[in-house]
Design a protein around this ligand. Structure first.
Ligand code: GLN
Length: 497
């Protein structure tokens, strides 16, 4: 692993590394203080209830990942990836400039939407250009993705540290604005670096290049089905709204509506390629595995992304944060995730390599099971921590630190592995669409992480252990099911590992 990483890589990789680093600075910086700002009613925040604030958090983070679908589509069909990254970066920067202005809620939400649109445009396309730098694929491409994942987490680390500090200790809007400066730096390097080091990559929309590809289903049929699905969804949401089942004029109702839309789109998409995608028997089984991994990853992120919701609330209100006379910003606890990634990613990567050399590398379903079980365990730690908090005492910072350690080892079992297994298991002509679905899994997980934390209001504090217990049990059970059935699932993968 380390020898692969130290191999010489094209300079273009570092141009992409740097741009993605600042995009993640923006995203994770925002995640660090968003909920605090929405709940705060003392320092110029919005003074919302936990239910409302966490629903908005869920909607924002879910839209960031959902907007990668149109973002990828625009690059494939109209812009090409390079322009998509460039415009995406500019839009993100503008969003942060808007957010830097303390001008009330309308301007704030305008800024938030702007950042989400820009991220949707930048994020999927920058990852695919990394792959294109290594047309030969193989170990060098894997090593490049490891370096890129470091850039992601370096950006998260800096974002949480700087934006968290500025937001909590100086002013919210100073925090929101900081990422504009970072994005500007990323844009300058991308502009000049891509001209020399990414020549000929991502200039032409890829749909123009491979529009002749065989095997895709008749586009007329898929369009009809798409319109049919949208019509059905609209009717369904109208029925839910008019019967009072959900109320989409509130943030929570809107988030529930978004959840229904995301689940329906994903279910319809999988059903569509299974039934009408012209797949062979082996490919159908592989898509079956992708469905299982989709459910597992959505569940994983639903727990993991509570770093920005329930666990953030726990850090802020129930954790001992004084060092000497100084109070550590509560958002800094979120920084254990990228820090542990930076430390342990090389360790886990070399562990997989050494196990492979002995033919004992755990299969993909086993790694997913391990990820979910570790996540489940981390929430059992939080049950213990919240049992202290309900007595009115502050919990030791050790609880959150250990929780995040388990999260990260779990993440390293599912996230990089999942990403590459999606590219390997997807029928060739559906690879980029299925990559999009991978991000939809993240979108769904984030939405649930928001909605779930709606129960963490101060008035509801006695419920905390039971709520954490629910997450712990559900994720552990799902992990155990995967562990029991790993052999047949591996069989359905048809020789891919
Ligand atoms: N931490 C990784 C990133 O930010 C993966 C996050 C995700 O896919 N939910 O890119």
């Amino acid at each position: 692993m380390s020898s692969q990483i130290s191999q010489k890589h094209p300079k273009g990789l570092y141009v992409l590394f740097f741009a993605e680093m600042w995009e993640r600075f923006s995203y994770y910086g925002m995640r660090a203080i968003l909920l605090l700002f929405l709940l705060d009613n003392i320092k110029g925040g919005m003074g919302m209830s936990a239910a409302e604030g966490t629903a908005i958090y869920g909607l924002y983070t879910a839209s960031v990942y959902l907007l990668t679908l149109p973002g990828g589509w625009l690059a494939d069909n109209i812009l090409g990836q390079k322009k998509a990254i460039w415009y995406g970066g500019i839009v993100i920067m503008l969003g942060h400039i808007i957010l830097a202005v303390p001008a009330g809620s309308v301007i704030f939400f305008l800024g938030l939407c702007t950042v989400a649109i820009g991220t949707g445009l930048l994020k999927p396309n920058i990852s695919s250009i990394v792959g294109e730098l290594y047309p030969e694929g193989g170990a060098r491409r894997d090593a490049a993705f490891s370096i890129f994942y470091m850039g992601i987490n370096l950006g998260s680390f800096l974002g949480i540290a700087i934006v968290g500090y500025l937001g909590e200790k100086v002013s919210w809007h100073m925090g929101f604005g900081a990422a504009a400066i970072g994005m500007l730096l990323g844009l300058i390097v991308f502009r000049y670096g891509s001209a020399t080091h990414l020549k000929g990559l991502g200039d032409v929309p890829s749909a123009k290049e491979d529009s002749q590809e065989a095997g895709a289903p008749a586009s007329g049929n898929s369009k009809m089905l798409g319109y049919g699905l949208i019509a059905l969804l609209v009717v369904f949401l109208i029925v839910l709204q008019s019967t009072g089942t959900i109320n989409m004029t509130t943030a929570q109702g809107l988030a529930q509506g978004a959840g229904i839309i995301i689940v329906s789109i994903s279910a319809a998409y999988f059903l569509f390629i299974l039934v009408a995608g012209g797949l062979t028997r082996v490919e159908k089984y592989r898509v079956g595995v992708l469905i299982i991994l989709f459910l597992a990853i959505a569940l994983f992120w639903a727990g993991y992304e509570q770093a920005g919701t329930s666990l953030q609330i726990f850090a802020e209100r129930h954790t001992q944060r004084m060092i000497g006379g100084w109070e550590v910003p509560s958002s800094w606890f979120q920084n254990f995730q990228p820090t542990f990634v930076l430390i342990f990613a090389p360790v886990l990567a070399s562990l997989w390599i050494s196990l492979s050399s002995k033919n004992r590398n755990p299969s993909i379903p086993v790694k997913f099971a391990m990820g979910l079980i570790l996540l489940g365990l981390s929430f059992f730690v939080m049950v213990a921590a919240s049992n202290i908090a309900v007595k009115g005492e502050l919990a030791s910072p050790f609880f959150l630190t250990f929780t995040y350690f388990l999260h990260t080892i779990g993440e390293l079992c599912v996230s990089p592995v999942g990403l590459s297994s999606y590219t390997k298991l997807a029928p060739k002509r559906y690879v980029s669409q299925l990559m999009g679905i991978w991000f939809v899994g993240a979108s769904l997980g984030n939405l649930i992480a928001g909605l779930f934390a709606g129960g963490f209001d101060e008035s509801n504090i006695m419920q905390m252990p039971a709520l954490f217990n629910q997450v712990a049990i559900i994720t552990t059970i799902f992990g155990l099911i995967l562990l029991v059935f790993w052999k047949p699932i591996k069989g359905w993968m048809g020789g891919i590992h």
